[in-house]
Design a protein around this ligand. Structure first.
Ligand SMILES: Cc1cn([C@H]2C[C@H](O)[C@@H](COP(=O)(O)OP(=O)(O)O[C@H]3O[C@@H](C)C(=O)[C@@H](O)[C@H]3O)O2)c(=O)[nH]c1=O
Length: 181
């Protein structure tokens, strides 16, 4: 099986470790294979968009979700290291408001599957990080929302960084609280 899958603190969020072939030239691996992904996870997803961002140390992007066209995301890091977080915001879920966080780094090749219905974000722990992800629906800016990264009702245990750098929409005054979503 080219992926090994482990569960996380949230039953529907999965950590995937692909099989990597290293040799004297470097490495090769299949960063995505639809058939193997389905077989390993039991998830029947159709990915329609690939995204790539680069960020510097202390950048925190998130916690983002879309009220329409909710996106499932298969995320990975190809340079540097991040702390990646998913929060269950499905109103009918017994895990509503609970989070899971994982270090993703280029050297480990791990990927996180975050189903639709979760808010997602990450904090960059290295000088820079390149973050790549596939999504199961298209970007819908009018329905995009940000859950405040430091909402005490979610209480994410973020690794300490000197300065957290946010976009305007992710700041305390603009982002939503768990109780308001
Ligand atoms: C997310 C996104 C942004 N954009 C544009 C809008 C904007 O001008 C510029 C930067 O967008 P943002 O500030 O929203 O980028 P960013 O803060 O990196 O947003 C992303 O954060 C992570 C945590 C996620 O989970 C993603 O789904 C997405 O919300 O790129 C697109 O054209 N397509 C997209 O899919």
């Amino acid at each position: 099986m080219p992926y090994s899958v482990t569960t996380t603190q949230l039953p529907d969020v999965l950590l995937l470790t692909p099989r990597v072939f290293g040799d004297h030239r470097g490495f090769f691996y299949e960063s995505f294979n639809q058939r193997d992904f389905e077989e390993a996870t039991g998830v029947n997803a159709r990915f329609v968009q690939d995204n790539h961002s680069r960020s510097s140390r202390g950048v925190l992007r998130g916690l983002h979700y879309q009220t329409q066209q909710a996106q499932g995301k298969l995320v990975r890091v190809t340079a540097g290291e991040v702390f990646d977080v998913a929060v269950d915001i499905r109103k009918d879920s017994p895990d509503f408001g609970r989070w899971t966080g994982h270090i993703l780094c280029a050297e480990q090749f791990q990927q996180l599957w975050i189903p639709p219905g979760f808010a997602h974000g990450f904090l960059v722990l290295s000088d820079h990080a390149e973050f790549l992800y596939k999504t199961t629906d298209y970007y819908a800016p009018e329905s995009e929302r940000s859950l405040y990264w430091n909402d005490p009702d979610v209480a994410i245990d973020w690794p300490a960084v000197a300065d957290v750098l946010l976009s305007e929409k992710d700041t305390e005054s603009r982002a939503l609280r768990l109780k308001d979503i």
